[in-house]
Each structure stands twice: as structure tokens, then as C-alpha cells.
Design a protein around this ligand. Structure first.
Ligand SMILES: NC(=O)c1ccc[n+]([C@@H]2O[C@H](COP(=O)([O-])OP(=O)(O)OC[C@H]3O[C@@H](n4cnc5c(N)ncnc54)[C@H](O)[C@@H]3O)[C@@H](O)[C@H]2O)c1
Ligand SMILES: O=c1ccn([C@@H]2O[C@H](COP(=O)(O)OP(=O)(O)O[C@H]3O[C@H](CO)[C@@H](O)[C@H](O)[C@H]3O)[C@@H](O)[C@H]2O)c(=O)[nH]1
Length: 359
């Protein structure tokens, strides 16, 4: 994949020249955090639709410039979502109609030890972005939220009206953002959707992009590091949970189905009244940690050693979505509800990119 031409960057003393205008007259979607794992898959999907111009806005703190393709309908602007001047620069250069906001720090464990870092990046970042949207009259927002807003939810599956009692500062910061967005919609006539993802996994069918987090903490990429020769075994965090086999159960959703939901959310926002709505994105079925390891063994044909380990702090036993609202309101029809193909797509990416985007 060729990498997008960067317009040099951010909040320094000397302003970089404005990036070039688009040549086709189509609505502009600003994808904040579009160089990250989920954002880059959404960008790829938006470009494939051929009806949007896309501005990727990212500070590259955890994202990768190589995850941003070179495409006539895409511009890349390096900047920080907490910086008024960076946001003004992009919103002055382009007639942004929609913002998708993926920027966040999202390591649950780190958020427990450094909560203020999470409130700074996630909450202050969303605050500055909302201020810029109001300042520049940008009416539509799709916000990346998370199942972590629910905490230790009962009963399962989790509906959007299940009480939100986050167990960690990461979930708390996302819930604070949702509340801020809701009030801003009421006061300023914005239209916003918060998509509460369950466990994003898998990689694009193109094989060009996939998951590359540093450090990696997610189960599926860590399991695949075993057959890739990068670790000896996978640790199973907790074997005494109140689940069928004693390990945590999660609703793993293919990143391509997240991408299609985001595109549908743009269409929905264009037609709906001002206001805020939150929607779960998951398949409504759960797999335990042991189930996932077994499926990875079958997909890769490798033994994959697993070692029982203590519980990881902050992990709820079970998180499974009831995603009827997204199916009904967005007309979302997920196409990849198959754990083997989710793991298979991730395996294809990790086998061909053992060091991620690193050259
Ligand atoms: N990965 C999951 O399973 C999962 C589940 C639920 C919710 N989410 C949420 O989805 C979003 C994307 O997750 P991801 O796994 O793709 O993460 P990621 O770290 O791969 O992507 C985040 C992107 O945002 C950019 N960014 C972060 N802070 C920024 C800032 N202040 N200014 C500009 N750019 C900034 C990063 O450089 C990166 O490109 C996050 O908001 C996360 O909380 C992820
Ligand atoms: O080496 C490992 C890594 C993970 N796990 C377990 O695997 C499960 C899934 O863990 P992980 O892949 O880290 O995802 P979650 O902690 O469930 O969190 C993800 O999914 C949440 C929504 O459900 C999002 O809020 C988070 O941002 C996202 O990281 C959990 O029970 C972990 O304890 C292990 O047993 N061994």
C-alpha cells in the first residue's frame, strides 16, 4: 500500500501550508483517529463507497501513517484533537459535514493507574472537538464508544438502556464524552450517534491493514503471536469466573461490520432530527477465552500453548450485546458473524505483517 501524502503538521509555531482541496464535489467526512485500527478500516470502507471525500485527522500517537492510503478522495492532516488551532486549520480548509471521532487512549489497565491522562486525551479531546464543530457549524458526529460504559452489566445480553456503571477510568471517560455530546446536541442542534462497540477484531479482506497496537493487549492478536513465533504461550486471565468454562466471555465483532455500521450512521444522521442516540454494535453471542484459543488452533493449524493465569483487574465476566437498535435504526446487517473468519482475517494480516506496519 502506498502511504498518503502528509501535509506537515501540528501545533507548532509555524503553520504548515493548507492541504490541497478535493477535486470531486462530495460531502466531506473528517475521520479523527483514522490512522488507527478501527478508523483505518472505516476509511477504507468509506473510500470504497465512492460518495465521500475523506479527511483523516490524526496525531499518530498510536496510529500509523502507513494505515492511511494514498487516494484521490483522501487528505491526511496531522494534528491533535485537543488543539483548537489544529482543528480550525482542518475545518477552515475543508467544508466538513460529518465528523467521525475515533481518537482515544483505550488501555483499560493504564487508565486505572493514570486516569487523568485518559480524561485529558479522551474527554478534553472530545470537548475541544465539539467546540470546534459548534464554531464551524459542523452538524453531524459519529462517536466511538464502548461496551466498557456498562461495567459489570446484568442481565445479559446488554441493551442500550442497561445501567451504565463503568468499572474503570477508560469506560468512565467514554461515558463522560457521551453525556457531553448529548447535552451539546440539545443546546446546539447537533445530530450525533455513539456506537458502543463490543470486542473489535479481525482485519480487512484486502490484507493491506490490520491491528497493530503497542503494547498489544487484545486477546486475538496476542494468541496469534504464538504461531507467529513471537511468544511461547497465551495466558488465560482467570479461570474461576461464573461462566460455562470459567473464563471471560466476549462478543467479538469483525472490524468490517463496524465499518459498514459507521457508513450507515452517516446516512442516518443526514435524515434524522437533531439529538443524540447510542447504539450497541455486537452480534449477540459470546465466546469464552478458551473458545477463542480453540478456534485459533483450528484456523492456524498450530497447537498454541495456553497457560492459566490470575484474573486481570477490571475484567467483567461476560459482555454480550443486544444490537437490535442498530439493526432497526441503521438497517445494519452484519455479514461476518463467524469467529473462524474473524480470526482467519486477523491471521492473514499478522502472517503477512509479522511486525505490523513497521517496515
Ligand atoms: N479496539 C476495540 O476493541 C475497541 C472497542 C470499543 C471501543 N473502541 C474505541 O474505538 C476507537 C478506536 O480504537 P482503536 O482500537 O482503533 O484504537 P487506535 O489506538 O488504534 O486508534 C486511535 C487513533 O486515534 C489517534 N489519536 C489518539 N489520540 C489522539 C489525539 N488526541 N489527537 C489526534 N489523534 C489521536 C491515534 O493516533 C490512533 O490513530 C477508540 O475510541 C476506542 O476507545 C475500541
Ligand atoms: O493475554 C490475554 C489477553 C486477554 N485475555 C482475556 O481475553 C478477554 C478479552 O480481552 P481483550 O481482548 O483485552 O478485550 P477487552 O478487555 O474485553 O476490551 C475490549 O473490548 C471492550 C468492549 O467489550 C472495549 O471497551 C475495549 O476498548 C477493548 O479493548 C478478557 O477476558 C481478557 O482477560 C486473556 O485471557 N489473555
Amino acid at each position: 500500500m502506498t502511504r498518503a501524502q502528509e501535509s506537515p503538521s501540528p501545533s507548532g509555531d509555524v503553520s504548515p501550508p493548507p492541504p490541497p482541496p478535493f477535486t470531486q464535489d462530495m460531502p466531506v467526512v473528517m475521520v479523527a483517529g483514522g490512522a488507527g485500527y478501527i478508523g483505518s478500516h472505516v476509511v477504507e470502507h468509506l473510500l470504497s463507497l465512492g460518495v465521500y471525500n475523506v479527511v483523516v485527522f490524526d496525531n499518530l500517537s498510536t496510529g500509523h501513517s502507513d494505515a492511511v492510503p494514498s487516494h484521490p478522495n483522501l487528505r491526511f492532516v496531522q494534528g491533535d484533537v485537543r488543539s483548537d488551532s489544529d482543528l480550525d486549520r482542518v475545518m477552515e480548509a475543508y467544508p466538513v459535514e460529518y465528523v467521525m471521532h475515533f481518537c482515544a487512549l483505550s488501555l483499560v489497565g493504564e487508565s486505572v493507574s493514570q486516569p487523568l491522562k485518559y480524561y485529558d486525551n479522551n474527554v478534553v479531546g472530545t470537548l475541544r472537538l465539539l467546540e470546534a464543530m459548534v464554531r464551524h457549524s459542523v452538524p453531524h458526529l459519529v462517536f466511538s464508544s464502548t461496551a466498557a460504559v456498562y461495567g459489570q452489566a446484568q442481565p445479559e445480553p446488554i441493551r442500550e438502556d442497561t445501567p451504565t456503571i463503568p468499572l474503570n477510568p477508560y469506560g468512565g471517560s467514554k461515558l463522560a464524552c457521551e453525556q457531553m455530546i448529548r447535552w451539546t446536541c440539545e443546546a446546539h442542534g447537533l445530530k450525533a450517534v455513539a456506537l458502543r462497540y463490543f470486542n473489535a477484531a479481525g482485519a480487512s479482506a484486502t490484507g493491506d491493514i490490520g491491528e497493530d497496537h503497542h503494547p498489544e493487549t487484545h486477546l486475538i492478536p496476542l494468541i496469534l503471536q504464538v504461531p507467529n513465533g513471537k511468544r511461547d504461550n497465551i495466558k488465560v486471565f482467570g479461570t474461576d469466573y461464573p461462566t460455562e468454562d470459567g473464563t471471560c466471555v466476549r462478543d467479538y465483532i469483525h472490524v468490517s461490520d463496524l465499518a459498514s455500521a459507521h457508513a450507515l450512521a452517516l446516512g442516518h444522521l443526514a435524515q434524522t432530527q437533531p439529538g443524540f442516540n447510542a447504539m450497541n454494535l455486537g452480534y449477540g453471542r459470546g465466546f469464552s477465552v478458551r473458545d477463542v484459543i480453540d478456534h485459533a488452533r483450528s484456523v492456524t493449524g498450530e497447537a498454541i500453548a495456553a497457560v492459566d493465569a490470575p484474573r486481570r483487574p477490571g475484567d467483567p465476566p461476560t459482555l454480550v450485546a443486544e444490537a437490535g437498535r442498530a439493526r432497526e435504526v441503521l438497517q445494519w446487517v452484519p455479514e461476518n458473524d463467524n469467529l473462524d473468519s474473524i480470526i482467519g482475517s486477523a491471521w492473514k494480516w499478522h502472517e503477512s505483517h509479522p511486525d505490523g506496519f513497521k517496515k
